[in-house]
Design a protein around this ligand. Structure first.
Ligand code: LMR
Length: 351
């Protein structure tokens, strides 16, 4: 009996000791209060990856979009931006989006063409004589058809964002006539239409990711490239390329894409916030993409590091005549409906 009493007494002592020890142990491991962590369990994070610099139309638009989403959701939705290909390069980002490794991207149209060849319609040279022509294409039948093609890849198309028309730079000679391209090597985006454009001009295309372009130019692995002013400026291509032709021969814009299941997992209210923020950003970009490109062209001119030739209307016609066979060659991949519409828009806006 005495032993039983001692046994019960020892168990009570051991249990009380544990009760005393556990709170003091947990107070050692619990973190001090941090108001930034408040409500984090309710916060939704959307990772947005892109490949250009922060002070370009796309870089600034992504930041504006993130700010608008934070405001409209009272901080409940956070858009985390990864610029300059820090998360994924342009070669990786579409696959990463499909696999849900990133929720949002905004690639140049040309980057989609290896997955969906119909997107090449936007890369046809001189297809869009001005910004109004681009807008009519994207808001109308062309934009609608291209968005619908994304569905079978479980990608949600959300918006078209502007940048601007492409210009040509190179390190060998001024490019004025089509035959000035002869024998020169050009870095291109992956679109087959763009590669064929350079072949038709007698040049040699080399596909390379955007983040490698400066190195390719610097080490003379290619002689030139085509891009918007904002990319030529922000990535300092003009410092290693003594010749630039303002040709406006092709348009470079973006499509904002989201992983389909990430989109479907959002509540109706969250989707509404994203759409509203995107619409406001798209409107902002309409005026600002142009202003940014113009301002940066002025900076390039003032740097006096590059000779610039502005293509005349007559010279543009010569380039277009040279490139005309491309329209017939790519018709089977682009499809009759898109081809008919792009030609209608081209004719409407061509002076
Ligand atoms: C390029 O690869 O030259 C562009 O697509 C980069 C960009 O996203 O503007």
């Amino acid at each position: 009996m005495k032993n039983v009493k001692w046994g019960i007494f020892s168990i009570v002592i051991i249990i009380s000791w544990f009760y005393w020890l556990i709170p003091s142990f947990s107070s050692m491991t619990s973190l001090p209060y941090d108001d930034e962590q408040e409500g984090l369990q309710d916060q939704l994070t959307i990772r947005f990856s892109h490949v250009v610099a922060e002070h370009t139309p796309k870089g600034l638009a992504a930041q504006k979009f993130a700010t608008l989403v934070a405001e409209k959701s009272n901080g409940k939705i956070k858009v985390e931006i990864y610029a300059n290909a820090t998360l994924f390069t342009d070669e990786e980002e579409i696959e990463a989006l499909k696999q849900g490794k990133v929720e949002m991207i905004a690639p140049a149209y040309s980057k989609l063409t290896t997955l969906i060849p119909e997107w090449q319609v936007l890369d046809l040279p001189f297809a869009f004589p001005n910004n109004e022509a681009v807008e009519e294409a994207l808001k109308g039948k062309i934009g609608h058809i291209l968005f619908s093609k994304l569905q079978s890849f479980h990608i949600k198309g959300l918006a078209f964002w502007e940048n601007g028309f492409k210009q040509v730079t190179n390190s060998v000679r001024p490019i004025v006539q089509p035959n000035d391209f002869h024998g020169l090597r050009f870095r291109t985006m992956p679109s087959e239409v763009i590669q064929e454009q350079f072949r038709l001009l007698g040049a040699i295309p080399k596909v390379a990711p955007f983040h490698d372009t400066f190195r390719e130019l610097y080490y003379k692995q290619v002689d030139g490239q085509e891009n918007t002013i904002s990319n030529i400026y922000s990535k300092r291509f003009y410092e290693v390329q003594p010749y630039m032709t303002i040709s406006n021969h092709g348009y470079l814009g973006y499509v904002v894409l989201m992983n389909e299941s990430s989109w479907n997992n959002l509540t109706k209210n969250q989707q509404q916030i994203i759409i509203e923020a995107l619409n406001e950003t798209t409107d902002w970009m309409k005026t600002h993409a142009k202003i940014i490109n113009e301002k940066q062209l002025n900076e390039i001119i003032h740097s006096k590091r590059i000779n610039i030739h502005w293509l005349t209307d007559k010279q543009k016609k010569e380039w277009l005549n040279h490139l005309q066979p491309l329209y017939d060659r790519t018709r089977p991949q682009i499809g009759e409906q898109l081809m008919k519409e792009v030609l209608r828009i081209q004719q409407k806006y061509l002076q």
